[in-house]
Ligand binder design. Sequence first.
Ligand SMILES: NC(=O)c1ccc[n+]([C@@H]2O[C@H](COP(=O)([O-])OP(=O)(O)OC[C@H]3O[C@@H](n4cnc5c(N)ncnc54)[C@H](O)[C@@H]3O)[C@@H](O)[C@H]2O)c1
Ligand SMILES: O=C(O)[C@H](O)COP(=O)(O)O
Length: 387
Amino acid sequence: MYKYYCLNPISDVGLEKLTEEYVPAGTMEKADAVLVRSANLHDTEFSKNLKVIARAGAGVNNIPLERCAEEGIVVFNTPGANANGVKELVIAGMFLASRDIIGGINWVQENEEDGNIAKDAEKAKKAFAGCELEGKKLGVIGLGAIGVLVANAATNLGMDVYGYDPYVSVDSAWRLSRSIHHAKTVDELYQGCDYITIHVPAMEQTKGMIDKDAIGLMKKGVVVLNFARDVLVDEEAMVDALLSGHVKHYVSDFPTPVTAGVKGAIVIPHLGASTEESEDNCARMAVKQLRDYLENGNIKNSVNYPNCDMGVKGDNTRILLLHRNVPNMIGQFTKILAKDNMNIADLTNKSKGKYAYTMIDLDSPVSDSVADELSQVKEVLRVRVIR
Ligand SMILES: NC(=O)c1ccc[n+]([C@@H]2O[C@H](COP(=O)([O-])OP(=O)(O)OC[C@H]3O[C@@H](n4cnc5c(N)ncnc54)[C@H](O)[C@@H]3O)[C@@H](O)[C@H]2O)c1
Ligand SMILES: O=C(O)[C@H](O)COP(=O)(O)O
C-alpha cells in the first residue's frame, strides 16, 4: 500500500490512474509520494517516508532538488506536457501587446449604458488601433518544449523568427521549423527583434538574465514576453523601461508587486498551464512516472536522479540504491550480497552529476539485515527493497 499527498489540486484524470494500492495520506508526513504544482517546498521538511515528489508541470524552481537528492527523494517533472497550453497563451500575449484589445473591451464596458454605442465606437476605435504580427521579428530565448512551439507557431503567423539556445537538445532541433534563424548570441537577438519571448528554466545562471543592460540593447518600442519565471527579468529595470517608453509592453504570466498595475505591463495570473488539456496531461504523466518508480523502481524524467529502467518487476526481489556518484559503490554492494550467497539476476547503474542509482534484481528474497547493511555503506543515501 502506498500513501500519496497532493499539495496542489491535481487533475482527476491523473489521480484516477492510481490503483487501489494507493490511498490518500491525510498528512504530508505520512506520504510515500507527493504530487505538487507550484507550491513552494524550499522551507518544507521532508519525512523519512517520502520517496518521490512528482511535479505536475515543467518548472522545478519551487523544489529543493539537491536537498531531495541528499535525502534519497526522487523528483520528477512532466516535460512538454503543458507546452501547448503555454504556447497558445504566449501567442495571445503577442496579440494583446500588438492591438489594444484590453483597452477596447474596457471602453465597451465603460460605455455599456450608451444607447449610441455602435456609432460612438466608430469614433472611439482609433484610440485602440495597433499593428500586425506578420513581418515582425520575434526572438525566442530557450528552444525547449515551449520555445520550439512558440517559434513554429509565430513562423506560421508570418513572423520572422530568431532562436537562441546554446544548449538546444537534438529532439528540439529536429522539431524546429527550418525557417527559424539561428541567433548565435543573445545580444544579436536583443538588438534585432521587435518581440522577445523567454522560455528558459529559472536557475542561478538565468536569474536576472533580462537586466538593464539587456534591455538597453533592445530596440525602442520592443515587446518583451515572460511566460517562464518572474526572476528571469530584472523587473525594476523593466518598469523603468516601460515608463520611459523604451519597452512598449512587458507581458508577464507572473504578477509581482513591482509590475502589477504598471502602465504598459500586461500581467496575467500564471495561467500558462491552466487549461483542462495541460492539467490532464501533466497529472497523467506525473502519476505514471510516480507509479513506475514506486512499483518498479524505474526512473524516467527525474530532475535530480538519472533515468534508469529495468522494466516491470517480476518475481525477483528488486533492490534500489540511491547514492552519490563515487567510485567502488557497485563493488561494495555486490560484496555484501555475495556474503549472503545471493545471486544477482540483473543489475543496472546510472549516474547524473553528483548522484547515481543502482537497480539490482536478485533470485532470492533479501533480509532486512542485508538491506540495513547496504544502507550503512558510505555515500548511500537510501535503500529501497521491492519484494
Ligand atoms: N507560465 C507557465 O504556466 C509555464 C508553464 C510551463 C513552463 N513554464 C516555465 O517555462 C520554462 C521552460 O519550459 P519548457 O517546458 O520549455 O522547458 P524545457 O526544459 O523543455 O526548455 C528549456 C530550454 O531552455 C534552454 N536554456 C537553458 N538555459 C538557457 C540559456 N541560458 N539561454 C538560452 N536557452 C537556455 C534549454 O537548453 C532548453 O532547451 C520552465 O522551466 C518553467 O519555468 C511556465
Ligand atoms: O512550470 C510550469 O509547469 C508552470 O509554471 C505551471 O505551473 P502550475 O502547474 O502551477 O500552473
